[in-house]
Ligand binder design. Structure first.
Ligand SMILES: CC(C)(COP(=O)(O)OP(=O)(O)OC[C@H]1O[C@@H](n2cnc3c(N)ncnc32)[C@H](O)[C@@H]1OP(=O)(O)O)[C@@H](O)C(=O)NCCC(=O)NCCS
Length: 428
């Protein structure tokens, strides 16, 4: 049976942009009923951000809001507050990511929502933890990356490109949504025992810092011994008292680097990542694969510690091995010997990879109309007896009448909400 794990769970989704919507996207795909509250007339900011056509919602919005219902609602009006209160009375989860203080101002703080429905879990996403000196700041992706150690440890440590660098991965946004999902699922489990909803507070800072844990590991080591053997700067350069940027060196004790492959002069992604593991047997096989058997008897290379001290020579020689092969040939040559290696793939190559569609890593959603089909990343894990289905995104306010009718409002009341600005922009 294809029973959705969150079947029967009702989520009131007062989130915008990416962090909150990525969380509720996953909840919807896992089978929850997600009612997205959107400001009448404007809706989620991403609807009209980065559009490919002025008449269509952007891919940004489409990729984060499928299978949700949209209720256009001004929660600042008396009717809006009454409607939201009724929704909360029936909800299992209420989630919001307005700027700090905004939800309290609207009258739907955790304390108030808990009074309305003690079973309802209240999840909130903010830029920073409440204890932080930055707690009152508004936050977008880079705010999380620059304050959680991601930017200061990413990029080049010397030369003209020595600047704090952002990751292309959404460490502050979607990663926060995934962390918040874990908190919500834990609170749902807890409620089974206690019967009571909890307050889940998820900051973008904490989510990003959680993924920078190994950089805090490096800081601890640096504080103790003053250098980091796995970094490309070791042993020739002096370390400061903070974790430096490490280019493309692998983050753990193994030796990894990004190497140019055939065609790199014209193709910016003609690179392969190659890792030399620390074990003697693994190193021997890597030497066989690349024809470096002379290293096996050379004390500069035949132990892992020696290799740490001679990284630059290793990088240079592996580079020679890679340069006359394309990135796929490099992997093909090394994989049979158990050498961890992978091609650097462009977004185009990834999205053209049929095997990713076969396994539902990437999925196609039929939005219909002018948009037609679009590609998105599906549920990023599989569950043995559950296959998610992927439906279209709602139009702004597309489910307003349906949601209000289900709450018991009459046709006349629904019409008056439209006329007084609660569910539609006020006509001037
Ligand atoms: C993303 C962010 C910077 C945007 O800030 P913003 O432009 O001020 O927009 P917000 O959506 O927070 O709120 C704007 C106003 O609209 C109001 N609003 C939004 N939806 C509403 C609705 N359905 N009904 C009534 N009012 C609504 C808010 O109450 C707020 O009013 P106020 O300024 O008078 O307090 C901010 O929301 C934020 O820092 N959020 C927390 C971190 C986060 O999730 N960031 C996004 C990462 S992808």
């Amino acid at each position: 049976m294809n029973t959705a794990p969150l079947q029967g769970i009702k989520v009131i989704d007062f989130t915008n942009v990416q962090s909150g919507p990525s969380c509720t996207q996953l909840l919807a795909w896992l089978g929850a009923e997600v009612i997205k509250i959107e400001r009448p007339g404007t809706g989620d900011a991403t609807r009209n951000e980065l559009q490919f056509d002025p008449d269509c919602p952007s891919y940004y919005f489409l990729q984060l809001n499928s299978d949700k219902k949209s209720l256009a609602l001004d929660a600042a009006t008396p009717d809006g507050k009454e409607i939201l209160t009724k929704l909360i009375e029936q909800a299992d989860v209420f989630i919001e990511n307005l700027h700090p203080g905004a939800m309290d101002k609207l009258g739907f703080s955790w304390e108030n929502v808990h009074k309305i429905n003690p079973r309802c879990i209240y999840a909130t996403i903010k830029g920073f933890p409440v204890s932080s000196r930055f707690a009152d700041l508004k936050a977008y992706e880079p705010v999380a990356q620059v304050t959680a150690g991601a930017a200061s440890t990413t990029g080049w440590w010397e030369g003209p490109d020595n600047v704090p660098t952002q990751s292309g991965a959404a460490l502050g946004d979607s990663n926060t949504g995934m962390h918040c999902t874990i908190g919500i699922l834990a609170a749902l489990m807890k409620r089974q025992h206690t019967g009571e909803g909890s307050f889940v507070y998820q900051s973008m800072h904490n989510a990003c810092l959680n993924l920078c844990r190994i950089k805090t590991r490096d800081q601890l080591t640096l504080d103790r011994i003053g250098y980091l053997t796995q970094f490309p700067q070791y042993p020739n350069e002096k370390f400061a008292d903070y974790v430096p940027r490490s280019g493309n060196q692998e983050g753990s004790g193994v030796l990894g680097w990004t190497y140019k492959c055939k065609g790199w002069e014209t193709d910016p992604n003609a690179y392969a990542y190659v890792i030399l593991q620390r074990g003697a047997k693994d190193f021997e096989k890597a030497c066989q694969a690349m024809g470096f058997q002379d290293w096996l008897a050379n004390p500069d290379f035949n132990t892992a510690d020696a290799r740490d001290r001679h990284k630059q020579e290793i990088y240079a020689r592996v580079q020679q091995f890679c340069i006359d092969k394309d990135k796929f040939e490099v992997v093909k040559a090394l994989a049979p010997y158990g050498v961890p290696a992978a091609p650097v793939l462009s977004t185009k190559e990834i999205m053209n990879d049929q095997s990713l569609y076969d396994g539902n890593t990437l999925v196609k959603i039929d939005q219909g109309g002018k948009i037609g089909e679009f590609v998105t990343v599906g549920v990023p894990f599989t569950i043995s007896d559950f296959q998610p289905t992927y439906g279209p995104c709602p139009a702004l306010g597309g489910n307003t009448d349906e949601v209000l009718t289900a709450l018991g409002y009459t046709t006349d009341q629904i019409a008056s909400f439209k006329a007084n600005g609660t569910t539609a922009p006020v006509q001037k």
